[in-house]
Ligand binder design. Sequence first.
Ligand code: UDP
Ligand code: MG
Length: 153
Amino acid sequence: MANIKERTFIAIKPDGVQRGLVGDIIKRFEQRGYKLVAMKMVHADTKMLEEHYKDLAGKPFYAGLVKYMNSGPIVAMVWEGLQAVSTGRKLLGATNPLDSAPGTIRGDFCIQTGRNICHGSDAVDSAEREIALWFKKEELVQWDHHSAPWIYE
Ligand code: UDP
Ligand code: MG
């Protein structure tokens, strides 16, 4: 059966916050029909960011990535709905914004990979890991989306 409870971890990176894009990015997920189940603003420390990006440790851009992510507050969120992980990635656009189609978040709001304004989990298992890293269980809010019957068959 279709899993309308799939969850993904989405973050607005420090450049997205500084550039005043928080509302625009949230709006894309809201208007698509996804349900916000957790959100907080946090200035993450290096240890947290190294854990979040541990799969990329050893890449030439890793140190710069951690520094960029630590350069200011981020907005961390959990969004829920059918295929939230893969559709979330589509809403964000390609990692390199120059390859992101217009109409995607990165394709509309940014230019370079190292300032690509947002993060989205790349698979259901990494989403579960990232959600557990950034949020306590009690921060994931249980609520009924009043539009659900108008979004899902
Ligand atoms: N990144 C970078 N240079 C690269 C590749 C990635 O600065 O050559 C940064 C970029 O901010 C990217 C993040 O590292 O969003 C994580 O990389 P990943 O390949 O996981 O891309 P994403 O999942 O964010 O699209
Ligand atoms: Mg990634």
